[in-house]
Structures are given as C-alpha cells and as structure tokens.
Design a protein around this ligand. Structure first.
Ligand code: M6R
Length: 606
C-alpha cells in the first residue's frame, strides 16, 4: 500500500529515488512522484500512472546535481487516481510523502477550512502536510511532534522542510519503514528491497520515533527527545534475489524459486530427522499450555492456514479454527489465556492480521506468527515468530510464500504432535523423512511447465471457471481460484465438490472449465462422482490427481498427475500446477502479471 523512499547523500538522488520506486512499485502503481532540493528550492515532479511514466517525465525535466529527495508510488485510497492526488504533497514549508491512512482527516480539514485554509487535492495526505506546516515555526522536530498528536490512523511519512535542504525527517505509526546509513549517505524506504543496492545492513524504524537523515548520519529519537540506537539487522540474500533472473516476470521466477524456498525453510529446522524449533526460540509450553488454536490471516496466507488447520486437527485432535483476519477482530472472539493465535503473513505488515494479534494479546492469549519479512511489525509484535525463508517475493500474486507457509505450519504440527505425544517419534520421523524430500518433487512438477502451459491455453477465453475439491484439495482449490482471479481476471470460484449440487451447479453448462483436484484417496470415489455430475452437464474438466489414481474413460478432458507422495503432502506438489495455470492464462490474455489491476502487495490499510 504505497511505497516510499527518501535519500540524502553524495549519489544522484533522482537516480536513487527512481530505482527505489521501481523496486517498490509492487506496493502500488496508481501514480508516482518525487520531490527534491534543487539548490535552495523544493521541486516536485509527479504523475498518475506507473513509475516508468514518472521516469519519462523526470527525463524531460532534466534535474541535475540533486542530492536529497523523497519518492512515492501510490495505491489510491482517499482521492482518485490523478496527477493532483499523487504524492508528494506540499503545504507551505512542508513537502511530504505518506503510506497509510489519516482517519481523522475530514475533521482536521474542517478545522483548517474554518481558518480559510483549503487543500488542493482530495487526499488525507495533503491534510497531514497542512497540519505539520501549521505547527512549523523553524523547528521541524517540534512541528512533527505536535502534529502527530493530532493525527489518528496509520502513517509512514518522509518529510522535507523547505528551509532545511539536505535533510529528511521521518516518522511512522503502523506503516513500515526501514533505513540505512552507508558510505554515500542515508536512505529510508518502505521495504528493504529498495535499500539493497546500497547496503545489507539496516534497521526497522521504531514506531513513533522521529528519524532525521542527513548525508553524514541518521539519528532516531523518541517523542520526548531521547535519542535511541535501533537494533541493526542484516539481510542474508543479495540483490539478485529481488531481480527477475532472466525470467519474463517475477511471478514465474518465484514459482521456480519454490524448491529452494522450501529447502531453506524446512532444513534448518530438522535435527536428527525430527522437527526442531529451538533456533526459533519457541518454547514447548506455548503448545502444551493451550486448549484453543486460532489461525488467522488474509488471502493466500489464510488459504495456507486452511491446510495447516487440517494437518493440526489430523495429528493433534484438538479443535483449530481458521478466521479471516478482517472479520475476526470485529467478531468479539472468545479468547482466554489458553488461546494460541497463529498468524501467517508474507509481508508481516497486513493491517487486519496485525489487529487480530493485538486483540488476542489484549485478551490474554498467546501469539505466534509465521512471517517472511524479518523485523516486520507482525514479527515484532507477536510473542514468538517462525520466519519462513522464501526470500523477497515481488510479484503481487503470492506463490513461493504460500508453499513455505504451508511447510511451516506442517512443521509446527509435526513438532506439536511429537511433544504432546499425539504421535510417536517413529510416526513423526516417517512424516519428516518424506517432508524433507518435497523440494525435489516440486522440482519435478516444475519440469512439466510446458505441458501445463499448453493446458492453460484452454482457459484464456473463458469467463467463468470452477475449482472443486474435497478436504485438503478444497483448501488448495481456494488458493488456485484466488491465483487465477487476481492475475488473469477470469471469474472463478472454489467449491467443496460435494456442495456444488446445492446451488452452484446451475452455473455449469457446455464447456465451462472445471478444475477438479482429486488427490485424496479417502474421498477419491466421491470426487469421481462429483466430476461425473459436472461432466454430464457439459463441463470441460481438467483433473489434477495423485500419481496412482485410477482414470476412468471420459472422466476428464485433461489430466495432470503429481509425483508419488502421501496424500497430506499432495497440496505442496500440486500448488505449482495451479500457479502455472494462472500465470499462463494471464500471460495469454496479455496482462501485467506482476502488477494486476487494483491490487498491492502489502495491505497496510483495513
Ligand atoms: O503479506 P500477507 O501474507 O499478510 O498478505 C496477505 C494477503 O494480502 C496476500 O496473501 C494476498 O492475498 C496475496 N498477495 C494474493 O496472491
């Protein structure tokens, strides 16, 4: 939800900002803009549209010798997509960029209007700039301090004051910011990927602290003026991990990253053939002391939890629920000190998931998060965190993050079953033995790329499509359907196969594609019946099955088999197939796969 970057130092600031915005564009691509000190003046160049349109506009303006500036790529919330509503916004001495939402902006705007001051845009951000400017009497820190007392909502700001050339001020509440000082200056951004060209060492800007960036240093102080030294973090992956590496799209590259991502997530947590969470610092009491388990997340991460629930209930025989995070917080949930909330999040910044964590903590429950981004807000606010090691995921559509989330939840289930004696050591060892070989099998699935691409061509022109499955296959269907919708814009629905006949089957007619997931032996016969039901109504069935499932004549138009594995691991081998189908359908329709319309990677607003 908006990407922001600021730089001050010896490098060409315009170049740093435009590169950074290109890296951050996954966070929103409705408009883009930069502001910079050109000598003593602050200049702004902004435009509706993508970063490339901004870059072209900047090129035409030829700013030279620029060493300090801020840049923004927007996912529109308040105010439509227009040049005027693009960031940066200026009010008097203040020019700023913002990621988040100022919830009380109407109230603040009314106060300004009473004094005859009006914004020129429809954004909440311009109101924030006006508020900061109204407190500015030559002391930027004092103005920011006073202004944030008036603002409610989420924000990460980078601010330039016209009479402070070369200096960037920043503060955040809820929205992410990381910063780094390196040999050529100081840089701050919404995500580490934008800093990686300059440094692998960075810190997460602490909430409600004022950060001052100059060429020489970065200082951080709390709202009382006490300077602090934030904890430095180091990224282990290098810049190439955040590049396409020869693939035409990040999504395809990230589908191919899955074997390695799985290996990196699983292998450090296996000791002598058994799951081992000691390096994560997660005590066994977290699991032995709870009687209720809630899994909560959004989108793809929530779909990963659907598989996690199945695995936990299967092995632990305790009730586990999956809650949509945006609903959970408003449902007055039953939480006590024996409740464990497990939150799954790639970005670690999803506002609804974070709110669920805060609510459970408030009510005395324990929280564990499964997160990909180190030092992210969800990771820091949870009692415990288990990091997935997918590396940076840039495509808006989540692919490798999902696989490692499922793997992490399986690992937790195995460990939990072992320490509570719900499974014997031998049973767990057998599960782990198969589990650690999954990355090789995923590679085998990936080698069928061309075959799956050929089948995906059947989907390009369809308007509606259905995914059906039972049990684990139903949970995976939800993810397959989301993936297809978000990148190809083909309407699709995931249905529990047995539920279809209770209404939705009326939508099945000649040549409507139905992707039937049938890898679970215990319900295979039932699935076959459900497939027959749609076949007899004209559906074009693409069937995804286990390696040894019997095929009946005429049951489907196309069949794709996954490598040999136990049924419980089938989703991890099948998901790349669904990702390929979505990817190639979108490519076939000529769409921007990595940046689907209306979406943003990190959803930091409710
Ligand atoms: O960063 P998170 O995992 O918390 O994001 C949650 C969802 O917004 C995310 O999984 C979204 O559904 C995917 N990008 C869709 O591919």
């Amino acid at each position: 939800m908006c990407g922001i970057i600021g730089f001050t130092g010896r490098l060409d600031a315009v170049d740093v900002l435009l590169h950074g915005l290109a890296e951050l564009e996954y966070r929103g691509y409705d408009s883009a803009g930069i502001a910079f000190f050109d000598g003593p003046a602050v200049d702004t160049i902004k435009t509706a549209g993508k970063v490339q349109i901004l870059a072209d506009k900047v090129e035409r303006n030829h700013p030279k010798n620029i060493h300090c500036g801020i840049g923004h790529t927007r996912w529109a919330t308040h105010g439509g997509v227009s040049d005027l509503n693009s960031h940066p916004h200026t009010a008097g001495q203040v020019t700023l960029i913002h990621n988040g939402i100022i919830e009380n902006y109407m109230h603040l705007a009314a106060g300004m209007a009473a004094e005859g001051i009006y914004p020129v845009s429809q954004t909440d951000t311009e109101i924030a700039a006006m508020v900061i400017n109204s407190f500015y009497e030559g002391d930027p820190i004092e103005a920011i301090r006073k202004a944030v007392k008036k603002l409610t909502g989420a924000y990460a700001f980078c601010i330039m004051f016209a009479d402070r050339p070369g200096t960037i001020y920043s503060i955040r509440n809820g929205s992410p910011l990381v910063a780094s000082h390196f040999k050529d200056g100081s840089v701050i951004a919404s995500d580490m990927v934008a800093l990686l060209r300059y440094s692998k060492d960075y810190f997460v800007v602490p909430e409600n602290h004022i950060v001052v960036l100059t060429e020489e240093a970065i200082t951080v102080e709390d709202l009382e003026g006490n300077q602090i030294r934030p904890e430095m973090l180091h990224v282990s992956w290098d810049v190439s991990a955040a590049q396409k590496g020869g693939f035409p799209h990040f999504m395809l590259k990230e589908i191919y990253d899955q074997p390695e991502a799985l290996r990196n997530t699983i292998m450090p947590r296996i000791t002598d053939g058994m799951p081992d969470l000691t390096q994560d610092g997660i005590p066994d009491e977290l699991f032995t002391g709870c009687s209720r388990v809630i899994l909560s997340a959004c989108g793809t991460a929530m779909h990963a939890e659907m598989l996690g629930r199945n695995m936990m209930e299967r092995l632990l025989r305790i009730p586990v629920s999956v809650e949509i995070a945006s609903e959970f917080r408003y449902s007055n949930p039953i939480v006590d000190d024996k409740t464990l909330l497990i939150t799954v999040s790639q970005s670690g910044e999803t506002a609804d998931s974070l709110a669920a964590i805060r609510l459970v903590k408030e009510r005395g429950g324990k929280t564990l998060s499964v997160v990909n981004v180190k030092g992210s807000t969800i990771a820091r606010e949870s009692d415990y965190v288990l990091y997935t090691h997918a590396g940076p995921e840039i495509a808006v559509a989540s692919t490798k993050a999902y696989s490692v989330q499922v793997a992490a939840l399986y690992l937790i289930a195995f460990h939990w079953a072992r320490i509570t004696g719900k499974c014997t050591d031998d049973q767990v060892r057998a599960l782990v033995e198969e589990f650690i070989h999954l990355p090789e099998h995923v590679s085998e699935v990936l080698s069928h790329d061309a075959d799956i691409k050929a089948i995906s061509q059947k989907l390009i022109d369809c308007h509606d499509l259905f995914f059906i499955g039972r049990g684990l296959d139903y949970a995976l269907s939800c993810e397959g359907s989301l993936k297809l919708k978000e990148v190809s814009y083909i309407h699709s629905e995931a249905y529990a196969a047995g539920e279809l006949k209770h209404g939705t089957i009326s939508l099945i007619s000649d040549n409507v594609p139905v992707i039937a997931l049938a890898t679970q032996k215990d319900v295979y016969a039932k699935m076959v019946s459900n497939i027959r039901e749609v076949r007899s109504r004209g559906a074009m069935v693409i069937m995804l099955t286990g390696y040894d499932m019997p095929t009946e004549y005429g049951l489907c138009e196309h069949q794709i088999r996954i490598p040999k594995c136990s049924d419980i691991f089938a989703p991890i081998l099948m998901v790349p197939i669904l990702q390929f189908l979505a990817y190639y359908a979108a490519v076939g329709r000529g769409l921007n796969v990595d940046q689907p319309r209306n979406l943003a990677k990190s959803v930091t607003v409710e």
